[in-house]
Ligand binder design. Structure first.
Ligand code: ADP
Length: 266
């Protein structure tokens, strides 16, 4: 597959933000938000200035995954403009609809309202200088996706999928959206999440619970690289629940896998 890396792309930009990366998935529940959170902390550990915009308005999970529930962004004056100050943890600056609605409060958005709110969180926020702004998109392909990728100068897209056939079928749709003629956003590659399971007591065994090689075949077919294969690990789920992404565990297998994945992207 052709290797597209961010360092090779020159994008239209928002002042101060070098690269805007959309993280998308065909389906919900494949781990898009978990992958976004772990990539964000990994890039920050590598020394980059990182922002994370939780655009998953139907199920914002960034506040929980970063142990920042209940925090409220304050407004700050930057050169006479009133801007939202992102919440920060683990070296990542974050904004999420979840910071504006109460915990457990369901927000029902009409498409145009959601797009407007997201645009404001990107443009009317005091992100400062960023090497990367990751956008955790809602699952699927719809109006909100289209308006974000049309209105925001996205540099590249990363697609998250499990190896399962039904999930992979929807990946094609996601990729087609970024490849649309008027949009033309380079797809940096596919992250295969929940790729395999290795029991602690059998460390040399890999069980391909959702199928084997599915992502590789699809990636070859679509001519995009596989950026990483993330195993199913209980600690990934637990880390998400307690609000400290697993990739922060120094020296762990998962930290290594995410570092490799991030390197292939930048
Ligand atoms: P999405 O954003 O695609 O809807 P999430 O990131 O919310 O998916 O993940 C769905 C669930 O799967 C969460 O409970 C998360 O903790 C868990 N999960 C995601 N990736 C992994 C993994 N590699 N190993 C174990 N659990 C995972």
């Amino acid at each position: 597959p052709s290797e597209v890396q961010l360092s090779q792309i020159k994008g239209k930009q928002i002042p101060g933000i070098q690269n805007i990366i959309a993280i998308a998935s065909g389906k919900g529940g494949v781990g898009k938000s978990t992958v976004s959170a772990n990539l964000a902390v990994t890039l920050a550990k590598m020394g980059f200035k990182v922002g994370l915009l939780d655009a998953d308005i139907y199920g914002p999970s960034v506040p929980t995954m970063f142990d920042t529930e209940g925090q409220k962004p304050i407004s700050v004056d930057v050169n006479g403009k009133n801007l939202m100050k992102p919440i920060e943890n683990y070296g990542v600056k974050m904004l999420s609809i979840g910071y504006f609605s109460g915990a457990n409060q369901a927000v029902v958005w009409r498409g145009p309202m959601a797009s407007k709110a997201l645009n404001q969180m990107i443009r009317d926020a005091a992100w400062g200088e960023l090497d990367f702004l990751l956008i955790d998109l809602p699952p699927g392909t719809g109006d909100i996706h289209l308006s974000i990728i049309q209105e925001v100068p996205v540099t590249g897209a990363v697609i998250v999928s499990t190896p399962q056939h039904v999930a992979l079928a929807d990946v094609r749709k996601g990729i087609a959206m970024f490849n649309m003629e008027s949009i033309n956003i380079p797809v940096l590659g596919l992250v295969e999440n929940m790729a395999y399971f290795t029991p602690e007591e059998l460390p040399d065994n890999k069980y391909y619970i959702f199928g084997n090689q599915g992502a590789q075949h699809l990636a070859e077919d679509l001519n995009i690289p596989v950026l990483g294969e993330i195993p199913i690990i209980q600690s990934i789920r637990e880390a998400g629940d307690v609000g400290r992404p697993a990739a922060l565990q120094e020296g762990s297998v998962i930290a290594e896998i995410y570092t490799e994945t991030a390197r292939k992207m930048v």
